[in-house]
Write a protein that binds this ligand. Structure first.
Ligand code: 5GP
Ligand code: ZN
Length: 117
């Protein structure tokens, strides 16, 4: 069923605390934790606790949780003291998505080039 935990999903395992993560914020519906391979001084992943493969699936299946993820991404940036930052949802393998549980990358703490490449 949509949103249910998936046995083979890394981020569902982090939500279930079966795999450790450095959590920086948590709400009833979201979890924010540091990326294991940071690409900037601030690199935090914000995920819905419910399993949806990508941002569009989340927005379609649980719009309130999608809004929660966006709000929490802003809260993470504020908590980290990043006044300029980027929120990225890689969607599809061709765009660099490697974990198919929706996650917002919150990147900040250094200059960010545009376009990103
Ligand atoms: P994607 O490439 O799917 O947009 O992003 C997946 C992100 O998850 C990558 O930036 C990667 O470094 C991060 N990641 C992969 N495995 C783990 C893990 O076990 N723990 C944490 N904290 N981050 C992970
Ligand atoms: Zn999952």
């Amino acid at each position: 069923m949509a949103g249910e935990p998936q046995d083979d999903c890394l981020f569902c395992k982090i939500v279930a605390k079966e795999i450790p993560a450095t959590v920086v914020r948590e709400t009833e519906t979201t979890l924010a934790f540091r990326d294991i391979n940071p690409q900037a001084p601030t690199h935090v992943l914000v995920i819905p606790k419910a399993h949806y493969a990508d941002a569009a699936a989340l927005a379609a299946g649980d719009p309130a949780a999608a809004a929660d993820v966006l709000r929490e991404a802003g809260e993470v940036a504020a908590q980290e003291g990043a006044d300029s930052y980027r929120i990225v949802f890689n969607t599809g393998a061709g765009a660099g998505q490697t974990v198919f549980h929706t996650h917002a990358h919150v990147l900040g703490g250094r200059g960010l080039q545009w376009p990103p490449g």
